[in-house]
Design a protein around this ligand. Structure first.
Ligand code: ADP
Ligand code: MG
Length: 277
């Protein structure tokens, strides 16, 4: 085969990204078909138990999706696979059409642009809110390329922007240790956003929050969608109802139902395994 034809074959194959030639933080997913994440035929077993069982999931760029399901459904395991913490036995996970995430390590996947928020807030307690965001920004090679390592006016504006969105602007110079549980959760989400993830995975953000805090969290996640794709794993049904996004119901490691909250609530199988709990 001549070289030109070989080259053409390589660039038209979906799995052909020469990862060894570029840094993970320079990869840009091809989302021209509208999807940012493709999870196909995914399975993983732990000691013979199928935690994920032939799962298929597609996330559109810019959408806000809730993933719900009873305990043990495989929600956290799915996030572990997307973020590179766990490798599946079979199946594929693509970021855009072209980036095969299974080839990458956990830190590389973070650099490629997938941010994950764990349930417990982890902020720098001894720093104030602004410094927390500054530190989060500095951790990102993609945004922190100045030799002087000082914030530009534009970067300061970005911090102020996210502070407003997260409802923390008035607390800009408050020490993080003094924030309420809800405020710490928002700060951590804001810190993730500073790293400019294209996809944001948020695990049970409203556990332990008041109703008022839940409403603010729903508002914040809605704000972030559009500029980012946001996947929220949540157990709290009131919150999932209030967030009013498309919902995927997991059960025994597979997708049981997908649609609006109204649609999945009307699905008898969903009622049986989850909502009737
Ligand atoms: P969810 O987050 O939906 O509650 P998980 O993904 O945490 O569910 O767990 C799915 C199933 O896989 C559970 O039965 C859990 O005990 C099992 N599991 C998850 N991770 C491991 C592991 N590292 N080793 C063994 N079993 C695991
Ligand atoms: Mg879980």
């Amino acid at each position: 085969m001549n070289n030109a034809l070989k080259g053409l074959r390589q660039i038209t194959r979906r799995d052909r990204v020469f990862n060894f030639m570029v840094n993970a933080d320079e990869l840009v997913p091809d989302t021209s078909k509208g999807e940012i994440l493709y999870v196909e035929d995914l399975s993983v077993s732990f000691d013979g138990f199928k935690a994920i069982n032939d799962l298929n999931l597609y996330i559109r760029e810019g959408e806000l999706r809730c993933i719900i399901g009873p305990n043990g459904a495989g929600k956290t395991t799915l996030m572990d696979i997307i973020t590179g913490k766990t490798k599946p036995d079979t199946g594929t996970v693509y970021f855009g059409q072209d980036i095969d995430l299974l080839q990458f390590s956990e830190p590389e996947i973070a650099q490629i642009g997938i941010g994950r928020k764990f349930q417990k807030p982890t902020v720098f307690e001894h720093h104030n809110v602004f410094e927390n965001l500054e530190l989060a920004m500095a951790a990102n090679k993609r945004v922190w390329h100045t030799l002087t390592a000082t914030l530009t006016g534009e970067q300061k504006d970005r911090i102020d922007d996210i502070l407003h969105q997260a409802g923390l602007f008035e607390l800009k110079f408050e020490q993080a240790a003094l924030l309420s549980h809800g405020q710490k959760q928002w700060l951590e989400i804001a810190m993730l956003v500073m790293q400019e993830p294209r996809l944001l995975l948020v695990d049970e953000p409203v556990a332990g929050m008041t109703h008022q805090e839940m409403d603010k969290t729903a508002e914040l996640l809605h704000h972030l969608a559009g500029d980012h794709s946001v996947v929220v794993v949540e157990h709290d049904m009131d919150f999932v109802r209030s967030i009013a996004s498309d919902v995927t119901v997991l059960h025994q490691g597979s997708v049981l139902a997908e649609g609006t909250m109204e649609q999945v609530q009307a699905n008898p199988e969903v009622v049986e395994v989850y909502l009737g709990e």
